[in-house]
Design a protein around this ligand. Structure first.
Ligand SMILES: [Zn+2]
Length: 281
């Protein structure tokens, strides 16, 4: 649905008001809009010594850097995890989304990994984090499906980092196979899905079943084309099959959608923070 901003906001407000269900789908563009940016000043302010040593340009590409030692790898990852998961508090945009959803039947599916939905007030049993979470380590080979909470270890690593290296005795080892560990992020075939992951997957499917054919708003927030099969395409498909559905798409770069859904889709390329505030008035 096209039209000027005030028309689209009015239509979207109407859809939210009428909806019994809201399904939120959070992608990378949501966290970027909330201020959790992976480049620019936020990056250079915190990663000076790593930029100098490795020539890193941003926090996304640097997470693929092939560190030659575990001591260097964990000095980097401790900083990366700490900044995005432990040092950054709840952001206003996520808190506003909670206010928008909290009186409806709602659920969250997200590819984001910084716990922002939970920090903003969404209960953990309504947040399916498909791609993992910074708070956990796992066996790098996925030899068993357990995740290990890392807050105190990450803090210790940062305190003891010298010349972009942690001391060898702090390098985490898999308690089962003795091998290397990784952050619990889906980056290869060894990604660990533990019992909690499968439980949330079930709860997500329950929500989809319960809301089928009902008055629902699919709130697609900054979801691009890295992994469109997780949120973007399913939201399009569910919108198509439900005559009472409205798809609210927030996307600065990829606003285009299925032609068949154009009368049920309201798209915003404007600043997500401002539109969400306007929707709540
Ligand atoms: Zn192992």
């Amino acid at each position: 649905m096209q039209g000027n901003i005030s028309t689209r906001i009015e239509k979207a407000k109407q859809a939210i008001k009428q909806a019994d269900y809201i399904l939120l789908g959070g992608g990378a563009g949501l966290s970027a809009a909330a201020g959790i940016t992976y480049s620019g000043k936020r990056f250079t302010d915190h990663f000076g010594s790593f930029i100098e040593k490795y020539g890193f340009t941003d926090l996304y590409t640097s997470s693929f850097y092939p560190f030659t030692t575990q001591e260097e790898k964990w000095a980097y990852w401790a900083k990366h995890i700490s900044l995005n998961r432990y040092e950054t508090g709840p952001t206003k945009l996520y808190k506003d989304l909670y206010q928008m959803a909290k009186d409806k039947e709602y659920f969250v599916i997200t590819t984001n990994v910084e716990s922002q939905f939970e920090k903003a007030g969404f209960p953990s049993y309504k947040i399916f984090e498909v791609q993992g979470n910074y708070s956990y380590l796992q066996c790098a080979k996925g030899c068993h499906n357990k995740r290990y909470y890392n807050e105190s270890l990450v803090k210790e690593m940062i305190q003891q980092t010298v010349d972009c290296k942690i001391p060898s005795e702090l390098v985490p080892r898999c308690p089962v196979c003795g091998g290397e560990m990784d952050p619990n992020l889906r980056s290869n075939q060894y990604f660990v899905q533990d019992e909690k992951w499968y439980e949330l997957d079930r709860l997500y499917k329950d929500f989809l079943q319960k809301s089928e054919g009902k008055q629902i708003v699919y709130l697609e927030l900054g979801v691009g084309f890295n992994t469109p099969g997780i949120i973007r395409y399913p939201f399009e498909r569910m919108t198509y099959y439900n005559e009472y559905a409205t798809l609210l798409r927030f996307n600065k770069d990829h606003p285009e959608g299925f032609e068949e859904n154009k009368d049920k889709t309201i798209t915003f390329t404007e600043d997500m923070r401002e539109v969400v505030i306007a929707l709540m008035k």
